[in-house]
Design a binder for this molecule. Structure first.
Ligand SMILES: Cc1cc2nc3c(=O)[nH]c(=O)nc-3n(C[C@H](O)[C@H](O)[C@H](O)COP(=O)(O)OP(=O)(O)OC[C@H]3O[C@@H](n4cnc5c(N)ncnc54)[C@H](O)[C@@H]3O)c2cc1C
Length: 393
């Protein structure tokens, strides 16, 4: 027997899962498929990975019924410090400080544990009308008149299939959509630290020649009242060395960059290695196919915008395709691309330029960026524009 759906979403990561829920909330019949078993991703133990969710994306999570289901309180980001320096030396005195109170009462955004998003997604999906198949793989056939999907022994039809399978999207490859990749030869080592002094909800981006060192405030636990997530970007070789160190040695390397800012520190949870690259797809759609999230674009994590861009793709698709009589019709998909691709490209190029500007030790460039930081600090109008951008407005 064949089941007829409106939209099939392949990939139940944060983007595909949020999109499926938002479409179902609009009354569409949705099939969601993931090749992985989603339950074990809830990680019963604290695992140290976190997402920065910009202020503007809270509504996207709320509309999908996820925000109120987050099991661990999101940590508000109230201030952002941007500094430039060299390891083992105090940051340059020319720096930037963004305080949320300059533009209102709302925080810039929140740091949310990755497992918290997974717990909320699993709970919301279980209570929704979304037909979920995971772990499962789909054989997808697209034609002008519609999509057919074979999932195990089941058959489905849909008007549109959305590729939300992440960076190595098989549906994107099957459609022959070319991608451009910008390799960075940098890898991020990601882990959490428990620290002695409170973080006061400050996110700190410290630019070093090997790559940015980001300290993101997290909500504490009973065991560790003061917690932060560290995204420690270095050259591929140095990152592998860091990742292989024992806890004490890795904490010592982090402390050299922190300069005692948070007092004594120790590692909490696991550590993760993420090779960095940016990439963008030449098109966001093909016949009855739309790309969303990391399947469409990957940005440097320098400003923690990757998931935010994907959540905005989900919101745009839910609105444009979710409200259309035929969600897979070419004008609908063209409208989606026209809304999202220019915004995402601008972010990708901005993050790329930032990384290239800050990952250098060339003295004239160092001087220029320090003067740039100081100039932004003294120009309230420009600073305010940066703050609104960080909030996702
Ligand atoms: C070091 C680092 C730090 C980051 N920090 C931040 C941050 O602070 N804030 C932020 O917003 N973003 C951040 N990002 C980016 C963020 O992690 C991604 O943008 C986000 O995970 C993309 O979500 P997605 O759902 O598109 O893809 P994914 O999270 O990759 O999910 C894809 C899903 O598809 C499934 N899948 C894959 N192949 C198939 C298949 N063939 N069939 C079915 N299912 C399949 C997978 O199992 C998975 O569940 C960071 C990224 C990196 C590398």
């Amino acid at each position: 027997m064949t089941q007829d759906c409106d939209i099939a979403v392949v990939g139940a990561g944060p983007v595909g899962g949020t999109l499926a829920l938002a479409l179902a909330a609009r009354g569409r019949k949705v099939l969601l498929i993931d090749k992985a078993d989603l339950k074990p991703m809830e990680h019963p133990d604290f695992d140290g990975r976190a997402y920065a969710i910009a202020h503007g994306c809270r509504a996207v999570l709320a509309e999908a019924g996820l925000w109120e289901r987050l099991p661990y309180a999101p940590c508000p980001i109230l201030d952002i410090d941007v500094t430039d320096g060299k390891p083992g030396q105090p940051p340059s005195r020319l720096s930037l400080h963004f305080g949320h109170s300059a533009i209102g009462d709302e925080p810039f955004g929140w740091i949310i544990e990755a497992r918290s998003v997974r717990v909320a997604l699993n709970a919301a999906l279980a209570q929704s009308s979304v037909i979920l198949r995971a772990p499962a793989e789909a054989t997808v056939t697209r034609a002008a008149e519609g999509v057919t999907l074979r999932v195990g022994h089941e058959n489905f039809t849909a008007r549109l299939v959305v590729a939300a399978e992440g960076r190595h999207s098989p549906l994107r490859a099957q459609a022959g959509i070319p991608v451009t990749r910008l390799p960075y030869r940098q890898t991020a080592v990601i882990f959490a630290i428990a620290h002695e002094r409170p973080h006061h909800n400050v996110a700190w981006e410290h630019f070093l020649p090997g790559g940015p060192f980001a300290v993101l405030p997290m909500t504490g636990t009973i065991a560790h009242p003061h917690l932060s997530a560290i995204v420690f970007t270095e050259s591929d070789a140095n990152a592998r060395l860091l990742h292989a160190m024992d806890n004490e040695a890795l904490a010592a390397q982090a402390q050299t960059r922190l300069g005692g800012r948070l007092g004594e520190i120790e590692l909490a949870g696991r550590r993760w290695l993420h090779p960095l690259s940016a990439m963008y797809a030449a098109r966001y759609y093909a016949t009855r196919l739309a790309l969303a999230g990391d399947a469409a674009h990957g940005v440097h994590p320098i400003a923690g915008q990757g998931l935010n861009l994907g959540l905005r793709d989900a919101a745009a698709l839910a609105e444009i395709a979710g409200g259309a009589a035929d969600p897979g019709a070419e004008p609908v998909l063209r409208a989606y691309q026209a809304r999202q691709r220019p915004i995402n490209m601008a972010m990708l190029l901005g993050m790329d330029a930032l990384d290239r500007l800050f990952s250098t030790d060339f003295p004239p460039l160092r001087l220029a960026r320090d003067l740039g930081l100081a100039a932004v600090e003294r120009l309230p109008g420009l600073k305010r524009r940066f703050m609104l951008a960080a909030m996702g407005h």
